[in-house]
Design a protein around this ligand. Structure first.
Ligand code: G3P
Length: 218
């Protein structure tokens, strides 16, 4: 499973890179807005410190303008993947951009039918939003399972990126469901390492060792 960091914050990107387990970065207009820097400038800064796929989302609402914007974003850096919302105009743009060799991440996916359309349009990645489906009281993970099954049935090359991930359970369940990628907010990435028994066990190891060798506390 590939881990992407779901953030446009340079400090979070730098810190996450130190773990050596990040394969990509995803952003969206809300994450870019939080940084207060125009998207092309912020995406270039991320691409300057990270060697991997970086998703940058269009904000236009017509296919024609999405295509123009997508071409512009793709030129920011060779690692840019153009994020396009899964709406009718977006699918027209994805079909055009994929024919031009521009990789797309089709986002705001909430149904298997939408995911089927995205794959047929040539999407490089599709982003089903697990957490927001859970928020409605529906099992978001079922969507991941359905999409993975459908894509396997027809050998679609589009990668399933589990998005709107709210905790380590989402990561584990998405991995079990066969998602190719999970995009994780920084706080979720940190959660993956944490377990109280690990902390308790390490504390005991070090206490026993100190007691045996009367060493100063580490
Ligand atoms: O990758 C999409 C993500 O940024 C949205 O997450 O928690 O706002 O649904 P959330």
């Amino acid at each position: 499973m590939k881990f992407f960091l779901d953030s446009a914050n340079l400090e979070e990107v730098k810190n996450a890179l130190e773990w050596g387990i990040i394969d990509g970065v995803t952003t969206n207009p809300s994450l870019i807005a939080k940084e207060g820097v125009p998207i092309e400038e912020q995406i270039r800064k991320i691409c300057d410190i990270f060697e991997g796929d970086v998703s940058a989302e269009v904000i236009s609402d017509t296919a024609q303008d999405m295509i123009k914007e997508g071409r512009r974003l793709a030129h920011v850096h060779r690692n840019v993947v153009v994020k396009v919302p899964l709406i009718a105009e977006g699918i027209k743009a994805v079909s055009r951009l994929s024919k031009e060799g521009i990789r797309t991440n089709v986002t705001l996916c909430f149904s298997a039918a939408q995911a089927l359309v995205a794959a047929k349009a040539g999407a490089y990645i599709v982003s089903p939003f697990i957490g927001r489906i859970d928020d409605l009281g529906w099992p978001g993970m079922d969507l991941i399972r359905d999409i993975v099954t459908i894509y396997r049935n027809y050998d679609f090359k589009t990668q399933v990126l589990a998005a709107s991930v709210r905790g380590s359970l989402h990561v584990v369940e998405a991995a079990k469901a066969g998602a190719h990628i999970g995009t994780l907010p920084y706080k979720v990435l940190e959660q993956l390492f944490q377990h109280p028994l690990t902390e308790k066990g390490l504390e005991q190891f070090l206490a026993d060792h100190r007691r045996a060798f009367e060493m100063a506390p580490v």
